[in-house]
Design a protein around this ligand. Structure first.
Ligand code: SF4
Ligand code: SF4
Length: 118
């Protein structure tokens, strides 16, 4: 009988282990008002944030689910409580990605979404 395994769909980022990339939100609890905007902003499948009802604070629960390069919650937090690392590091990592890997991903995406071809 084959073993059933659950795999994090975000464990690999364009061929690189996600765990090797520093990109996740940090919350300054002194600034967090507990409004919940970050929780509803982050994609349903990623669900990076949880919520502490007792303290009325958002908490970063699954940092490696954060989409590399996304900063929607940092922008969306009206209280300036969320920060992300310097994006230049992520850009540096992106520049070193395998072009073969990206080409394969591009071909696969366009094959699945022919309406994107112009
Ligand atoms: S959006 Fe900002 S203020 Fe609101 S819960 Fe999230 S971290 Fe706290
Ligand atoms: S940056 Fe994007 S993916 Fe990451 S926690 Fe914020 S909203 Fe979610």
């Amino acid at each position: 009988m084959s073993e059933i395994t659950t795999q994090n769909p975000f464990a690999i980022w364009h061929g690189k282990p996600r765990s090797s990339i520093q990109w996740e939100p940090s919350i300054d609890e002194d600034k967090c008002t507990g409004c919940g905007m970050c929780i509803v902003t982050c994609g349903e499948k990623r669900n990076v944030f949880g919520y502490d009802f007792d303290r009325k604070k958002a908490v970063v629960m699954y940092p490696e689910n954060c989409m590399v390069g996304c900063n929607n919650c940092t922008v969306g937090c009206l209280w300036g409580a969320i920060t992300h690392p310097d994006v230049s590091e992520v850009k540096g990592i992106s520049r070193k990605l395998s072009m073969d890997q990206l080409r394969k991903e591009l071909e696969s995406k366009l094959k699945a979404n022919p309406g994107l071809l112009v």
